[in-house]
Write a protein that binds this ligand. Structure first.
Ligand SMILES: NC(=O)c1ccc[n+]([C@@H]2O[C@H](COP(=O)([O-])OP(=O)(O)OC[C@H]3O[C@@H](n4cnc5c(N)ncnc54)[C@H](OP(=O)(O)O)[C@@H]3O)[C@@H](O)[C@H]2O)c1
Length: 435
């Protein structure tokens, strides 16, 4: 209890946003704000909530006097000590966070886009002012990831991060894999169930996962990594047959976010990948998220749980709010980030990994020899080939080639040459193999 507490007054909180997450946070503050005094010595009170529309029907009935459409009613209120930002998007969220920090408020945010693009600047501002900017909910919702990377794993040199950090795409890929649905049908199902936004571009193109990887990789490798440093490929090109062939070969297909330390450089990439079925990450299905971290002391550790939803996200936000309140009540100091000024990022062309290639070719002798020659000339060695689904009427066949580790630039060059062969109808898909 707060025997040595400096502050005895309740801590007033301003909430920016009352949507899916904001409603969960508001409800929790109203229901449990008093009882948090058992943990931090003073109660927490919800003082004002920013929304776009005061008239909108909301699932949560709040005292209307709490609602405002004027951000200054929160940002300029001298009683508010903690601002929670759950508006989302880059602007005006970034401006509000900056203004709140500059005026000495502690800020808690769930905003991956702002943290990925402006995190370092905002964290430096918080440090300069002597407050905290906390962002546990920005990656993996309620799964503890940011705090472990900032504290519990600090003694490790982290060599690798591999993550499934977008629930929407993981749900779509799970449906495609289990039910043989094509991409469009699986996406439509995800939208019907509310797992995908009406405009799902950021999820299916991998942008959302790239924001989250930029945040995690910056913390893991102690250097600023921007979203544009992350190589990014989405899931739109995957076909049901890729899942069938992958399964036959002993793999699952996942949208993976990978951060890997290689000497003084790092790889940071988001793309669909074949993962051996026996790996724990390959078994993370539906809307679940999971992040596997490898450190030199700890070895491998896996964090797994719900990567979205109002209550899991509220869990992470309220933990940050309690941490901020603890700092305010006890005068505890902040935990500054110690980052190298920069780190080199390996271009994707230099990646060395195994590849899965699906090609449609003329169904006649000698075709494979022509393809194998192109691959061989570029130093790409074939590990296995399977021939599938000959279309007798079109006299074509589908072949799937698995390579030994090869350099991405060579693989891309080889595929350009292979595509030009008269016997090749189409290069169907190229996927990287992880693990
Ligand atoms: N949903 C999840 O499961 C989840 C999980 C982890 C992290 N997050 C993050 O949490 C944040 C919020 O997500 P959400 O799903 O709660 O979003 P949401 O349901 O769209 O809610 C956004 C809220 O912000 C308000 N708002 C938006 N723009 C505003 C503006 N310019 N001025 C004032 N108010 C504005 C909206 O007001 P009105 O209600 O009046 O329209 C709404 O209440 C995002 O950064 C998201 O990435 C969400």
């Amino acid at each position: 209890m707060a025997s040595g507490a400096v502050q005895r007054e309740p801590i007033a909180i301003g909430l920016l946003g009352l949507g899916v997450v904001g409603s969960g946070v508001a409800r929790t503050l109203l229901e449990k704000g008093e009882s948090y005094a058992h943990q931090i010595g003073v109660p927490l009170t919800l003082r004002r909530v920013l929304v776009r529309s005061r008239e909108k029907q909301r699932p949560l009935s709040l005292d209307p006097s709490l609602l405002t459409t004027d951000p200054e009613a929160i940002l300029a209120d001298p009683h508010i000590a903690i601002v929670i930002e759950v508006i989302g998007g880059e602007r005006p969220a970034y401006d509000y966070i900056k203004e709140a920090l500059a005026s000495g408020r502690y800020v808690v945010t769930a905003n991956k886009e702002v943290m990925a693009k402006h995190g370092l600047e905002l964290l430096s501002l918080a440090q300069k002012v002597g407050v905290e900017l906390l962002f546990e909910a920005s990656v993996g919702s309620g799964i503890p990831l940011i705090a472990p990377l900032r504290r519990d794993l600090l003694a490790n040199e982290i060599t690798c991060l591999r993550a499934i950090i977008n629930g929407t795409t993981n749900y779509i890929l799970t449906r495609m894999s289990r039910e043989g649905l094509d991409f469009a049908s699986a996406l439509a199902q995800a939208q019907r169930l509310g797992y995908a936004e009406p405009d799902p571009a950021n999820d299916i193109r991998g942008t959302d996962a790239a924001y989250k990887l930029a945040i995690l990789a910056s913390l893991a490798f102690h250097a600023p990594i921007a979203p544009e440093d992350v190589y990014c490929e989405g899931i739109e090109k995957l076909a049901p047959k890729d899942f069938r062939y992958a399964q036959e070969l002993g793999y699952a297909i996942k949208l993976l976010a990978v951060g890997r330390k290689e000497g003084e450089r790092v790889q940071v990439r988001v793309h669909p990948a074949l993962l051996p079925q026996e790996e724990l990450l390959a078994k993370v299905d539906g809307v679940l998220n999971a992040v596997q971290v490898e450190g030199d002391l700890l070895g491998r550790v896996l964090f797994q749980g719900p990567g979205a939803g109002p209550l899991p996200t509220t869990s992470a936000i309220m933990a940050d709010v309690l941490e901020a309140a603890r700092c305010i009540v006890y005068g505890a100091s902040s935990r500054p980030l110690c980052f190298a000024p920069a780190i080199a990022v390996t271009p994707i062309s230099e990646l060395v990994t195994r590849y899965y290639m699906r090609l449609t070719v003329a169904d006649r002798p000698g075709v494979l020899a022509q393809i194998a020659k192109i691959l061989g000339d570029l130093g790409i060695s074939i590990a296995s080939v399977i021939q599938k689904e000959a279309h007798e009427s079109q006299q074509t066949a589908e072949i799937v080639i698995m390579t030994h580790p090869a350099r991405e630039a060579a693989v891309r060059e080889a595929l350009t040459l292979v595509e030009r062969l008269p016997v090749v109808v189409e290069v169907g898909n190229l996927l990287r193999v992880e693990g």
